[in-house]
Every structure is written in structure tokens, then in C-alpha cells.
Design a protein. Structure first.
Lengths: 108, 123
């Protein structure tokens, strides 16, 4: 199975900060990488698919990059509603998938 | 728009079978573009894909749970179901159903999700 490792596991930041979360795959997955946002008590929501494509309606302060084994989710200017947990998910081994362990983003 | 809703018992005894249903509304489950998936999240932990099903009945399971998981579909009533047998406390989790894109890795993403249902395994 393809293992996905996110870093950091948790992160504290302030409104207006630029933050980057990384996700590393245990083997090359091309650009088959999705990002989700989960707020407490809620289901995850898809933000970015195929590494860098924003889902319609997702604010442009979110961006994704990377290919092969190394990927990043960047929030250019944190807003209060962005404090959440973020997960990456590889889709290379479709339909079977694996998720990263999550990165919790807290208010500093 | 498409909505998914999980339903089923919130408490299951150890060694018994966990059974959940996901009702799909606002769209047909008989679409060639999608699988229908189950994902779970133990309290305070991350996400684990359990498996999925195509409307024809073809199934795909997480290899770590393959012997205990069964997913089925009822296209006439637009729902799909999860059975997980021989449960233990480690199966306590929020269980989500979700639509999973089909047609190659670029489409293989989960959107939308149900709200989730907490299932506790305890005597």
C-alpha cells in the first residue's frame, strides 16, 4: 500500500499568516493527490484535486503544488475559518486510496 | 444537489456485526461516473477508506479489512450499505459515506460526504 506522511502533525499560526502543509508519498504518485479540510464535528470537504486544481467555490488563498512524491498545500493569508485539520489523499492506486494522518492547524 | 445520509445503530456489541446504510438523494446511484464509498474515523484519529461499490455491484475493499467488510447496493431504492463483522472496540469510529469519482486517478476523489454517524462498540 502507498503510505502518505504529512508534516507537521500540528501547526499554530495567526490570522494573516502564510502557511504550508506538506505531504509525502512512499512512492511516485504523479499528480494524483487530493486535499481535504475538516472542521470539528463535520465531514471532510474536498479542497484541491489532482495536486493543484481548486474545487469550484474554494477561496483562491488556497493552492496546491507538487508531483511524484512531494506535495504541498499553501494558504496564502490565513482567515479565521481556515483553522481546521487538513488531510491529503492519494488517488494513484484507484479505486483504493490512502489518506495522510492529518495536520491540525490551530490559532496561535 | 446530491446529498448522502448515513443511518444505523449507534451502539454495537463486541463480536457482532455493524450495519449501516447510506441513502443517496438528489441524484442517481446508478451513474457510470462514480463509486460509492465508506470511510471511517476513530475518535481523535485520521481517515481510513474501508471500501467502495459500483452500481453494478462490483466492490473494492481495503486489504486490511477485506475479510470483515461487505458493501452492497440497492439501485431501486438508491442506497448502499456497509456490514463489518466481528467488531471490537477498535472499530469504534465515525463512519462516513461518500461519492467517489471513477474513471482514473484524476477523478478518484471524495465529494460530497455524508455528515457521518458515530458507532460505538461496547457491551
Amino acid at each position: 500500500d502507498i503510505q502518505m506522511t504529512q508534516s507537521p502533525s500540528s501547526l499554530s499560526a495567526s490570522v494573516g499568516d502564510r502557511v504550508t502543509i506538506t505531504c509525502r508519498a512512499s512512492q511516485s504518485i504523479s499528480n494524483y493527490l487530493n486535499w481535504y479540510q475538516q472542521k470539528p464535528g463535520k465531514a471532510p470537504k474536498l479542497l484541491i484535486y489532482a495536486a493543484s486544481n481548486l474545487l469550484s467555490g474554494v477561496p483562491s488563498r488556497f493552492s496546491g503544488s507538487g508531483s511524484e512524491t512531494d506535495f504541498a498545500l499553501t494558504i496564502s493569508s490565513l482567515q479565521p475559518e481556515d483553522f481546521a485539520t487538513y488531510y491529503c489523499q492519494q488517488s494513484y492506486s484507484t479505486p483504493r486510496v490512502t489518506f495522510g494522518q492529518g495536520t491540525r492547524l490551530d490559532i496561535k | 444537489q446530491l446529498q448522502l445520509q448515513e443511518s444505523g445503530p449507534g451502539l454495537v456489541k463486541p463480536s457482532e456485526t455493524l450495519s449501516l446504510t447510506c441513502t443517496v438523494s438528489g441524484g442517481s446511484i446508478s451513474s457510470s461516473y462514480y463509486y460509492w464509498a465508506w470511510i471511517r474515523q476513530p475518535p481523535g484519529e485520521g481517515l481510513e477508506w474501508l471500501g467502495g461499490i459500483y452500481y453494478t455491484g462490483s466492490t473494492y475493499y481495503n486489504s486490511s479489512l477485506k475479510t470483515r467488510v461487505t458493501i452492497s447496493v440497492d439501485t431501486s431504492k438508491n442506497f448502499f450499505s456497509l456490514n463489518l463483522n466481528s467488531v471490537t472496540a477498535a472499530d469504534t469510529a465515525v463512519y462516513y459515506c461518500a461519492r467517489q469519482g471513477r474513471g482514473g486517478p484524476t477523478n478518484n476523489r471524495f465529494d460530497p460526504w455524508g455528515r457521518g454517524t458515530l458507532v460505538t462498540v461496547s457491551s
